[in-house]
Design a binder for this molecule. Structure first.
Ligand code: TMP
Length: 211
């Protein structure tokens, strides 16, 4: 049996976590077995690495250290959660995955893309998402959502220029891989975004069933 890996990605404040939960409910109602997970994290080890990565006290962290920690969390995530669930034929929904590293550590931190692609391949063993939902929208709307959340973590607390690079990086990614990466406008009400996400996922599932 081969499952399906769907990832949600995009700039901070795009509502990925909410939309992932709503999609999971939708897919479960239609009888699918769904495993929800997130990065960095998704495992006990990964959650410890997440704490290191997001703690604003770790201001001295070098960009390469940061990239490798995200990758280390990902390697554990694939080994412990994603690959076994896919082998059981489940639908895995991940809140962020390898694309986040290409964009945050590549486009925004300016580490070499080819290095990150190679380390991603090593970390994931070649597990690539079947579909990636990119939630993006008006910068002020997304930024406003973040401001409403209270204390910023180490990445959220980066300057506006960093977040602008992140948004540009995600747009480039969607343009480079239009089949896999599907952009959904996130600067709308939760229900409206959910309907758009469901439309993209149902179309993907139909294509996959008949393709
Ligand atoms: P979250 O806020 O969506 O849970 O993600 C945590 C932060 O980590 C978010 O600001 C994006 C960032 N991040 C990276 O910089 N590189 C990565 O590879 C991943 C997965 C997340």
């Amino acid at each position: 049996m081969v499952g399906i890996l769907i990832t949600f990605d995009g700039p901070d404040g795009g509502g990925k976590t909410t939309q992932l939960g709503l999609l999971a409910e939708h897919l479960r109602r239609s009888g699918r077995t769904v495993r929800c997970t997130r990065e960095p994290g998704g495992t006990a080890l990964g959650d410890k690495i997440r704490d290191l990565l997001l703690d604003p006290a770790n201001a001295e962290m070098a960009a390469r250290t940061e990239a490798l920690l995200y990758m280390a969390a990902r390697a554990q995530h694939v080994a412990e959660v994603i690959a076994p669930a896919l082998a059981r034929g489940e639908v895995v929904l991940s809140d962020r995955y390898a694309d986040s590293t290409l964009v945050y550590q590549g486009a925004a931190r300016r580490l070499a893309r080819e290095d990150l692609v190679a380390i991603n391949r090593f970390a994931t063993g070649g597990v690539v998402p079947d579909l990636t939902i990119l939630l993006d929208g008006d910068a002020a709307t997304l930024g406003g959502r973040l401001a409403g959340r209270g204390d910023a973590d180490r990445i959220e607390g980066e300057a506006a220029a960093f977040h602008a690079e992140v948004r540009r990086g995600f747009r480039e990614l969607a343009a480079a891989e239009p089949e896999r990466v599907r952009a959904v406008a996130a600067d709308r009400g939760v229900d409206e975004v959910h309907r758009a996400v469901v439309a993209v996922v149902e179309e993907f599932l139909r294509r996959r069933a008949y393709g």
